[in-house]
Design a protein around this ligand. Structure first.
Ligand code: NOJ
Length: 824
């Protein structure tokens, strides 16, 4: 507990542990303070669930194809969910395999939740019955499997009823949340052949099914109507059907529907039974097909699908495995941080308990960064995201801030029309003008493309042609198309054109910081980003044999104006408002030092070494807290619309001087560039969720995930983490820690090893798969330095080492190579 917001008075609380053998986070004290989430499904059917089986499932889009309902931001927390009730038919007592919704007293029941990679196991021991419900989605089929095991440890024969229950949603979030006058009367349920079918009659093919391995058509064993199963004046905590121990066989055309199936079982002492419930996309016939596949005797297809899912993740994780003296770093980078980064690329931010599906599509800047983080573990997805973003670029060189990739794809079927949903705006209104553009959005795409090529060696990608958003005609599926390389030029030219009176890039609607709008002023962050993008572009262009002299001149010019106008004698200014007022200068009373300008000055390569050192010293001096680096200091306290919305956010929250996680790794990377490995690690450690596993009374959120922000010292809840999972923090943590701190960086023709680590580290190893060859890298640090490589051997032969580390040339496909690097 934290007393009066004082972080020194802490009674350490711990709710679980990292099980490295199974790669699960195990919550063994289930009453965690907030939802601790996980994601299942990596293709079209996906779900978000918490530690007590609350959450929702959707197909392709949480906005327009939600399968099960969720009541966001509600009390009780995270309802409804995908629940398995167990009832003792001799006593009438009942419970759920997940702690909620029945919520048995924890004095009498033991609950555990094991969050794994794309699956969750809810385990329960109550009244002599051990039970487990595993939720997962096979890679190949749009069905959620509830794999249930019950074991009788009570020493006596037990008669039990088991109910699987879930509440269906009307697909579109708008239809499900407002104006029910159509949906309630145009959706129906039926039950036949042991399969509950939901028919969203108002849609073409709007079907869902719920079934189990052993069903019959007895009315006492099913309900399709939510209100009948739950009963009047009740909730999921005490459904009438469970209390009675019998269903009613309800179904109807119209109304709110559920999948509820009862199984009656008898268990001898020590006996175990395995049951399956299947919740899927499609109609009754699809349900029958899926049931016969997964419910065939022995359930071997379920076991195979679960194993295949395990291998899917194993293969990804094996692309990069580390063994360092830092246990937390090993656990996070080898499993959880990559997992989180991948989930962000797949789900693209818009499905969580906070973003519950009302927005969908791709955020330009977020997706560009996400795609940069996983080209080694998910090259296909990185590439497809890059292509979607290239098509979402305008000929002017700015990207559409938020867009749906389908807008620029050939439509195979007519858009869904409903009388209750606001129709999609016509194409002309989907492509917004420059006044709605964010100045940083498209700049992120350039390094992302360069990193994708460095990882894969797919140089031809630069010559592929794609259309521009503002020229695309959905009727003909045509538009002006140019190469990827040309798209990149337009982005760089846009930033060169859109500059303010100081020669610094305009911030436009905002830069990376959504809330620092500068009222049309200039943004240091964008100019530094422009510089960074130019460096990547020129390197790629040269490798491709292109003339990039125009862009080399542009790079020099940007660097010059950054040093001239942004270096303020102590650190780097954050920007200028439209009236020319400096933000983030020694003279500023509030928002004096900012993370974005100082870290990016270094990371972009624009700052001189000495200025970089001073800038990062200011970051340490003004922004460091034991929970990570604040975004700025001091917090803004007076609304000031010339600065932006940030001044209207409470002090210590979000962009107003909270510990915003996403930019923290920029500081680790910047310190690595400067060669200060101990400082980089100090910053890494402060933010690392693993280090807060036993500080949950402060952190509250899950310790296996980076969260979007942590309340800063100006706030009464200093240290409390908010918005887990869906944040660019994971990708950036992964990128900064592996490429800058451990220093393993693919280049166009070599794998660079250029570590910057704490001086006391004696050695570490990395197994890296790059372009279909394995590199077993051992880094030794006999001289206790933080940076510098004096010797490198590849399979016993010396290779080139320089200021930028060792350069290991590409080795043959399928080869396994031993690399030894001596720091010094
Ligand atoms: C969250 C947004 O998704 C992201 O685009 C933005 O950069 C950060 N907030 C910071 O404002």
């Amino acid at each position: 507990m934290i007393l009066n917001g004082n972080p020194d008075i802490i009674l350490s609380m711990k709710y679980g542990y990292f099980d490295q053998a199974s790669k699960e986070y195990v919550i063994d004290r289930i009453d965690v303070p907030v939802s601790w989430t996980n994601y299942i499904g990596v293709n079209e059917l996906c779900g978000v669930f918490n530690h007590t089986a609350g959450g929702y499932l959707f197909y392709k889009s949480p906005e327009y194809h939600r399968i099960t309902r969720f009541r966001p931001n509600g009390v009780p927390m995270d309802r409804p969910g995908h629940y398995v009730y167990v009832r003792d038919d001799d006593t009438g007592d009942y419970w759920t395999l997940s702690w909620q919704p029945v919520g048995k007293s924890l004095d009498k029941a033991k609950y555990v939740c094991r969050h794994g990679l794309s699956y969750i196991k809810y385990q329960c021991e109550y009244s002599g019955i051990w039970g487990q419900q595993t939720l997962f989605i096979p890679l190949d089929d749009p069905v959620e499997i509830w794999d249930v095991i019950l074991r009788n440890n009570s020493g006596k024969r037990r008669r039990l009823s088991v109910f699987g229950y879930t509440e269906f949603s009307f697909h579109h979030i708008q239809i499900d949340n407002q104006n029910f006058q159509m949906s309630l009367y145009a959706s129906g349920s039926s039950y036949k052949d042991g399969i509950m079918e939901l028919d969203l009659f108002y849609e073409d093919n709007g079907f869902q099914y719920f079934t189990a391995d052993n069903t019959n058509d007895d009315a006492s064993d099913f309900d399709c109507l939510r209100d009948v199963f739950i009963g009047q004046y009740r909730t999921e905590t005490n459904p009438e059907a469970v209390e009675r121990g019998i269903c009613s066989g309800s179904f109807e055309l119209g109304g709110n529907h559920c999948g509820a199936l009862r199984r009656v079982i008898e268990l001898e002492p020590d006996a175990e039974i395995r049951l399956l419930f299947l919740l899927g996309e499609g109609n009754r016939d699809a349900g029958k097909k899926t049931r016969s596949k997964y419910c065939a005797p022995g359930f071997s297809e379920v076991d195979t699908a679960f194993k295949t899912l395990g291998n899917f993740w194993k293969e990804k994780l094996e692309k990069l495995q580390i063994n360092t003296p830092h246990d937390g770093m090993n656990v996070m980078l080898n499993t959880w941080t990559l997992y989180q980064a991948e989930i962000n690329v797949i789900f693209s931010r818009f499905a969580s308990f906070i973003e519950v599906g009302g927005r969908t599509g791709l955020g330009y800047r977020d997706t560009s960064q996400d795609a940069m983080m996983v080209p080694h573990s998910n090259p296909e997805k990185s590439r497809s995201r890059l292509v979607e973003l290239l098509k979402g670029l305008t000929t002017h060189g700015y990207g559409l801030h938020l867009f749906s990739p389908e807008w620029f794809e050939k439509q195979t079927k007519a858009a869904f029309k409903s009388p209750t949903v606001v129709p999609l705006p016509p194409m002309s209104q989907r492509v917004h003008g420059i006044s709605d553009a964010c100045a940083d959005d498209a700049l992120w795409l350039i390094p992302s493309i360069a990193e994708y090529i460095r990882e894969t060696g797919d140089f031809d990608f630069a010559e592929e042609k794609f259309t521009y958003a503002d020229t695309y005609n959905p009727e003909t599926n045509e538009g002006m198309s140019e190469t990827v390389f040309d798209h990149m030029k337009r982005i760089l030219d846009f930033s060169a054109r859109e500059i303010g009176p100081h020669g610094i890039c305009k911030g436009l609607r905002a830069d990376w910081n959504d809330c620092l709008n500068l009222g049309g002023g200039e943004s240091a962050m964008v100019s530094f980003l422009h510089h960074w993008a130019l460096v990547h572009f020129c390197a790629l262009g040269k490798r491709l044999g292109k003339d990039v002299s125009k862009y080399e001149e542009m790079t020099a010019k940007v660097r010059e104006s950054c040093e001239r106008d942004l270096w303020n004698g102590s650190w780097y200014t954050r920007g200028f408002t439209a009236s020319g007022r400096g933000i983030g200068t020694p003279a500023s009373k509030e928002g004096k030092v900012h993370m974005e300008s100082n870290t990016w000055a270094v990371l972009s390569g624009a700052a001189s070494h000495d200025h970089g050192i001073a800038a990062m010293d200011a970051v340490d001096q003004f922004l460091y807290t034991p929970y990570g680096l604040k975004l700025c200091d001091p917090a803004f306290s007076e609304p000031d619309d010339e600065v932006g919305f940030v001044t209207r956010v409470y002090k210590g929250l979000k962009e107003n001087a909270a510990i915003f996680s996403h930019p923290n790794p920029w500081a680790w990377a910047a310190e690595a560039v400067l060669g200060r490995g101990d400082r980089a690690m100090k910053f890494y450690d402060a933010l690392c969720p693993y280090n807060q596993n036993d500080k949950i009374e402060v952190r509250k959120a899950e310790p296996y995930m980076y969260c979007q922000f942590i309340a800063g010292p100006d706030h009464s809840a200093f240290g409390r983490a908010h918005h887990p999972f869906m944040t660019g923090s994971a990708g950036w943590s992964y990128f900064a820690a592996t490429r800058f701190m451990l220093g393993i960086r693919p280049d166009f023709d070599s794998l660079v090893v250029d570590p910057c680590v704490p001086a006391e580290w004696p050695s570490f190893t990395v197994r890296r798969v790059w372009r279909n060859a394995v590199y077993n890298i051992t880094v030794e640090n006999p001289d206790k330095v933080s940076k510098g490589v004096r010797e490198c051997k590849l399979n016993g032969q010396s290779v080139k080492c320089g200021k930028a580390g060792a350069e290991i040339p590409v080795q043959g496909k399928g080869s396994e190579n031993q690399v030894t690097v001596i720091m010094g």
